[in-house]
Design a protein around this ligand. Structure first.
Ligand SMILES: *Cc1c(COP(=O)(O)O)cnc(C)c1O
Length: 364
């Protein structure tokens, strides 16, 4: 008998473990492990999802036309060059499967988003993780890692789980140093949170080159992670490739309506950004005051560094004892750190209080 086996590279993949959402014996859980936005879903999106239930027998618009038009209007982009996906994860997977594959290489920073590693292996690529400098992607080292088989370079900016923002000229230098037959994926899942006026989530680079794609999501600032909705902006030749390979109804009807409604919710981004600026600063300052290093973040989370893996595990246990779930990031080669989402004011204050007490009892 010959055993049934998948392609060998598949078995090198460790299954993705998401942010946890349950704690045994704790009633009120404060989930700060998946960067889901502090305010929940926009009220108009909730209404749109509810209304869609009565139309559940209808197939969705396979082209998500009205949603792409709404995205285009909001962000000043040509809808013909926007493709929507069942989460941006799906679009990332399509791109890696279409342009990577056996015998090719995918380059990413050492502490970049884990989905690139998982999907790269799924596609059969050799995944090269390039060391960073002080937890920021190192453009020179990434360019030096490029070889004749390199087909994909993946950069999350600002990055999850570090929060680091790579300056615009550095991203441009990366693209300029890559061959034209290499696809650069710029993942801007946290773009809406960035307040640096010089920041380009990727739109300018996509327009200026024929080989760059920007991915975005409704899962973070728009609070629609459960709907699974993402989108990407790309050159026409890449849009043509995705039109050939994506599932014809890859975005469901409720997600389409929720996305349109979320974009129309008055002041949603502005309120979310203002809250995030205020409480990310307070959370970081509270951690630093307690003696914990908080890495600079342009996102809706803070990377708290406890110096040792034991310190991070103990801090995680102290938070859990109070019902707070943060994210261990050992899988990102950051075992001494916890990634903590900026939640509501009350939630942030609970984290500050819990970790202040943790550090006090630890040192006494
Ligand atoms: C959350 C996240 C995503 C996933 O987004 P979905 O649209 O929910 O699939 C993609 N990239 C990064 C860096 C993220 O943090």
């Amino acid at each position: 008998m010959t055993a049934l086996l998948p392609r060998p590279s598949i078995l090198s993949i460790e299954p993705y473990v998401g942010g946890e959402s349950k704690l045994p014996g704790v009633n009120r859980i404060i989930k700060l492990s998946s960067n889901e936005g502090a305010f929940g879903p926009p009220p108009m999106a909730v209404e749109a999802i509810t209304a869609m239930a009565r139309e559940a027998h209808r197939y969705p618009d396979g082209g998500a036309t009205r949603l792409r038009e709404a995205i285009g209007a909001r962000f000043g982009l040509d809808p013909a060059r926007i493709v929507c996906g069942n989460g941006s994860d799906e679009l990332i997977a399509y791109l890696i499967l279409a342009y990577g594959g056996e015998g090719t290489e995918l380059i990413m920073p050492a502490h970049g988003f884990v989905m690139y590693d998982l999907t790269g292996r799924y596609a059969g690529c050799r995944v090269i993780k390039v060391p960073e400098r002080n937890l920021v992607a190192d453009v020179d080292a990434m360019l030096a890692a490029v070889g004749p088989r390199t087909k994909l370079v993946c950069l999350v900016n600002p990055n999850n789980p570090t929060g680091a923002l790579l300056p615009r000229n550095e991203v441009e230098r990366l693209r300029a140093g890559l061959r034209d037959d290499i696809l650069l994926i710029l993942d801007a899942a946290y773009a809406e949170y960035v307040t640096d006026p010089d920041y380009d989530p990727g739109q300018a680079l996509v327009d200026a080159s024929g080989n760059t794609v920007m991915t975005r999501t409704f899962s973070k600032i728009f609070g629609l992670g459960g709907m699974r909705l993402g989108w990407a902006y790309m050159p026409p030749n890449v849009a043509d490739v995705l039109a050939r390979i994506r599932g014809p109804f890859n975005v469901n009807a409720a997600a389409i309506q929720a996305g349109i409604a979320a974009l129309a919710e008055p002041g949603w981004i502005e309120r979310s950004v203002a809250h995030n600026e205020e409480w990310r600063a307070k959370l970081s300052a509270g951690l630093e005051a307690a003696g914990i290093k908080a890495w600079p973040s342009a996102c809706n989370f803070v990377l708290a560094d406890f110096g040792t893996a034991e310190g991070a595990v103990a801090a995680d246990a102290a938070l859990r004892a109070r019902g707070v779930i943060a994210r261990m990031v050992g899988g990102y080669a950051l075992p001494s750190c916890l990634r903590i989402t900026v939640g509501t004011a009350e939630e942030c204050q609970m984290v500050i209080d819990a970790l202040t007490e943790f550090m006090r009892t630890k040192s006494s």
